[in-house]
Design a protein around this ligand. Structure first.
Ligand code: C5P
Length: 291
């Protein structure tokens, strides 16, 4: 049986405003997302034995019905598919970092199984994605999108394309995970309802003005997560001292990022951070962004 290999990209929130809490327990959101060139690799292989089998190089992810990939398979094929399926996840996107790795894994699973098993359910995929998690509908589409509602109302934003990526990210990845549900609770406890609007950011992206893009990045979780997570507070302070720029969170963290239209500028920043940031232990990644 032949293997199907597919890459699942990380997402970055350039803008994330958490508006009011909804009666269903979720929050109304307004987000601008892009795809970062950092991927997990998923390998799908049919098996004679019915059922789902999962493997991963990362011991921190559950390999059972708690995994969003498992949920995607069981929504499309049932709990005990026949022929069965084995899925190996080679994880590079950090877990619990706000980079949507689990959501992106689930989205690619929906796409691959729909295609390889000729299910013809293309039109159902957005609805199934929304049942799996708030970020999964975005991951089905990717690129530059505005996402509203719970996250499931996804609208592609068309900007002039270029053959080479012009926007790059330095990801600062501390070895801490932030529980998204807790971060929402911290916001609720502070009574924060963010009415900020992304129009200035979208306008700056359209004009490729890196200074204005940096000035208009926004994340409602920034202040509360910094208050609760000392590692994040410290990284922000050191980065501000070194470069006069504060890194932003993606999602509710713990991933933080700096943007530039020059990948070389980000390499210099990474090297200076490696020297100047003695705590917490961090991984750094530089990647192009897909708009
Ligand atoms: O949908 P997902 O499982 O990714 O959401 C994880 C948690 O984040 C939810 O249980 C909820 O507490 C919170 N959340 C929210 N409003 C959203 C998305 C997520 O309150 N729009």
């Amino acid at each position: 049986m032949t293997d199907t290999v597919a890459d699942a990209r990380a997402k970055l929130n350039l803008f994330l405003a958490v508006r009011e809490a909804r009666p269903d327990g979720y929050h109304e959101l307004d987000m601008v997302n892009v795809e970062a060139g950092l991927s997990d690799r998923l390998t799908f292989c049919d098996r004679i034995v019915p059922g789902i089998q999962m493997r991963s190089n990362n011991r921190r992810i559950p390999l059972d019905e708690r995994n969003l990939v498992w949920k995607a398979v069981s929504l499309l094929l049932g709990d005990r598919p026949n022929p069965g399926i084995r899925i190996e996840i080679d994880k590079r996107i950090p877990v619990g970092a706000g980079l949507g790795g689990g959501s992106s894994n689930a989205a690619i699973t929906l796409r691959v199984l729909n295609e390889t098993r000729s299910l013809g359910r293309d039109r159902d995929l957005p609805e199934l994605a929304a049942q799996i998690g708030s970020d999964v509908p975005y991951s089905l589409i990717g690129g530059l999108c505005r996402c509203r509602g719970r996250g499931e109302r996804v609208e592609r934003i068309d900007v002039a394309q270029s053959s080479e990526p012009w926007l790059h990210v330095l990801l600062i990845l501390p070895n801490v995970a932030v529980r998204t549900a807790y971060a929402y609770r911290w916001l609720d406890e502070c009574g924060i309802q963010d009415e900020c609007h992304p129009s200035a950011l979208l306008d700056a992206i359209e004009r490729r003005n890196i200074g204005e893009i940096r000035d208009n990045l926004h994340n409602s979780f920034g202040p509360v997560v910094s208050e609760w997570v000392p590692q994040i507070r410290h990284i922000k302070a050191v980065t501000k001292t070194l470069f006069g720029l504060e890194p932003h969170l993606s999602g509710s963290g713990s991933a933080m990022f700096l943007l530039s239209d020059q990948a070389g500028e980000l390499s210099e920043m990474r090297d200076r951070l490696r020297d100047g940031l003695h705590w917490p232990p961090c991984r750094f990644e530089i990647a192009p962004l897909t708009l």
